[in-house]
Design a protein around this ligand. Structure first.
Ligand SMILES: Cc1cc2nc3c(=O)[nH]c(=O)nc-3n(C[C@H](O)[C@H](O)[C@H](O)COP(=O)(O)O)c2cc1C
Length: 203
């Protein structure tokens, strides 16, 4: 009888271990989070910010990052991504025409228009660089964010209130370490929110 009891206790112990192990496995955030960073850059400043955004996103272990220029993005990449972060130089107090064309092109070519709204619930973020302190960076950020909201995306910010931004002066100065750090924080936050959101949806 004592031997039988010991066997039962052992079985319970093994079962408890198994349940604990299974629970720990279920809580492991193993699923990849796709982060697509898209930008336009002629002078390299916005590209430097894009790379910093990617560095920040990499801090989230599950993040799988794709960095692309606006003209290189394929519909499939947009449709499967969990998050989209878009960067632009400020051109005439707005996003660059190339970035606007990117939004227009994907709206028409990738079947995301209403009622499909295939970009719905993807996490979005924006970053810009502009030559002058106060010559349109906020408007450019807002135009990018507005395009994302129009697509029913969920927009988050970090760095500055509306996204990350750098002032590049006459174009010869580099983006500062502080500005790059803000871009890193934007990337990290978007990736982190995307991971939390995907886990919450359970898919
Ligand atoms: C056509 C054009 C228009 C621009 N308009 C603005 C502007 O309205 N406000 C501003 O702050 N900078 C303006 N700039 C400066 C760029 O935004 C700035 O140099 C930017 O950092 C360039 O980014 P890139 O090095 O990634 O190409 C303009 C530049 C160009 C070429």
């Amino acid at each position: 009888m004592a031997k039988q009891n010991r066997l039962i206790l052992l079985a319970i112990f093994v079962l408890a271990l198994f349940v604990q192990f299974a629970a720990a496995q279920a809580n492991q955030p193993t699923e990849k989070i796709k982060i697509l960073i898209v930008y336009h850059s002629l002078g390299g400043h916005t590209e430097a910010m894009a790379k910093a955004v990617a560095e920040g996103a990499k801090k989230i272990p599950q993040a799988e990052i794709t960095l692309k220029k606006v003209g290189e993005v394929k519909c499939q990449e947009l449709l499967v991504t969990d998050a989209l972060i878009v960067g632009s130089p400020v051109y005439w107090s707005n996003m660059a025409g190339e970035v606007k064309t990117f939004f227009d092109r994907f709206s028409m070519e990738c079947g995301v228009l209403p009622p499909a709204f295939q970009m719905r619930d993807k996490i979005g973020g924006a970053f810009v660089t502009g030559g002058e302190t106060s010559s349109g960076k906020e408007i450019a950020l807002m135009t990018i964010v507005a395009a994302m909201l129009g697509n029913r995306m969920i927009v988050v910010s970090e760095g500055q209130a509306l996204g990350a931004a750098a002032t590049t002066g006459d174009g010869k100065a580099s983006v500062t370490e502080k500005e790059l750090d803000e871009a890193r924080r934007l990337g990290e936050r978007v990736a982190s929110v995307a991971a939390t959101f995907k886990r919450g949806k359970g898919k």
